[in-house]
Design a protein around this ligand. Structure first.
Ligand code: PEP
Length: 253
């Protein structure tokens, strides 16, 4: 059975003290509640090592927000998969819409990043989703299909065990606007069906597909209750321990 996952993407927020504070608050608040989802947090690179130390012995896992496609070399300012693993980070977010938009990461580059991270044994949370005009023009299914096919559909069936998908309609990220639970379910079912057709039902039914886009305590339970929604990738609401904890507890058991 696939796992429910709630992951917090902290983006370029919080210095080291604030990061430690949020982790301490989260440890305390998560200890007081019952949940069965995997919980991950993704602080900025410079705070990863401290986050790994402070979450040791807890059920909170630490993920990175990005990774470079090369193994090592003259890439000033970049971070490799080996470097992430050397500080205890086993999971990395690849393909976030902010990386696609502001850093011009396209399918070709993302494919290289995925290939390298997988070869290094990392787990990947792969993000994708349509723009507002693509939804309005009714092209959202074909956009998502090509984002997935262009980057992931050459992979070997065994490599899918290292993947988590995050469907994040770009018009819902950081906007306060959320896909309705029915829209999320419709797209997640479409994605699962695509994967089942390409890789078989066992893979289709085991892949966790997270929803991301303005998930808040008030809407999390309804979105997560949908059959093909296996949790969420949370931006803004993951920056407050009470909100993130409420979202974690809203995940299915
Ligand atoms: C995100 O950045 O992945 C995200 C879903 O952000 P928000 O929850 O703020 O919309």
């Amino acid at each position: 059975m696939r796992k429910n996952i709630v992951a917090g993407n902290w983006k370029m927020n919080y210095n080291i003290e604030q990061t430690q504070q949020l982790i301490n608050d989260l440890k305390t608040s998560l200890e007081r509640v019952t949940y069965s989802a995997r919980v991950l947090v993704a602080p900025t690179f410079v705070n990863l090592s401290a986050a790994v130390s402070s979450t040791k012995g807890t059920s909170i896992e630490v993920a990175a927000q990005n990774v470079h496609q090369a193994e090592s070399g003259a890439y000033t300012g970049e971070i490799s998969a080996d470097m992430l693993q050397s500080v205890g980070v086993k999971t990395v977010i690849i393909g976030h819409s902010e990386r696609r938009t502001y850093f011009e990461e396209d399918d070709t580059l993302l494919k290289e990043k995925v290939k390298t991270a997988l070869a290094k044994g990392m787990e990947i949370i792969f993000c994708f989703g349509e723009q507002l005009d693509e939804r309005k023009s009714g092209n959202h299914f074909s956009v998502v299909e090509s984002q997935l096919k262009n980057v992931l559909f050459d992979l070997d069936v065994n490599q899918w065990k290292q993947l988590v998908l995050a469907y994040e309609p770009v018009w819902a990220i950081g906007t306060g606007e959320t896909a309705s639970p029915a829209q999320a379910q419709e797209m997640h079912a479409f994605i699962r069906n695509l994967i089942s057709k390409a890789y078989g039902e066992v893979v289709g039914n085991s892949i966790s597909i997270l929803y991301g886009g303005s998930v808040k305590p008030a809407n999390a339970e309804e979105i997560f209750s949908k059959a093909d929604v296996d949790g969420g990738l949370i931006g803004g609401a993951s920056l407050k321990s009470a909100d993130f904890t409420a979202i974690v507890t809203a995940s299915k058991s």
